[in-house]
Design a protein around this ligand. Sequence first.
Ligand SMILES: [Zn+2]
Length: 123
Amino acid sequence: MHELAIAQSLLEIVEQEALPYSGARVTRVKLLIGKLSGVVPDALRFAFEVISQGGIAEGASLDIQEVPLRLRCHQCGEVFVVDDPFMTCPRCEGPEVEMVSGRELEIRSMEIDDGDQAGQGHP
Ligand SMILES: [Zn+2]
């Protein structure tokens, strides 16, 4: 189950980022996950929930935005959304395509609740 490994590295990054805010809690993490990354959002949420227990990110919600798989045709420049990375261009049927998006696996932003201070949000 590779979601566990991903959740683990995710947690490391989140805890690292939250380090300067002592006593703070991470409340929300926004993620971009490409369709081709192979990550199952529910499995990742579950794994993160389990391993974040007792830490600064315990109870944080994962806000997962799935990024569709987009290809660009080398021949006519058409950009199209597909389910399959091995498609030909729907416009000119050109076989040479490159991936524009779909492999993302990144943290877009996170929200930190620093308790009694008013400031929040990072970035
Ligand atoms: Zn084309």
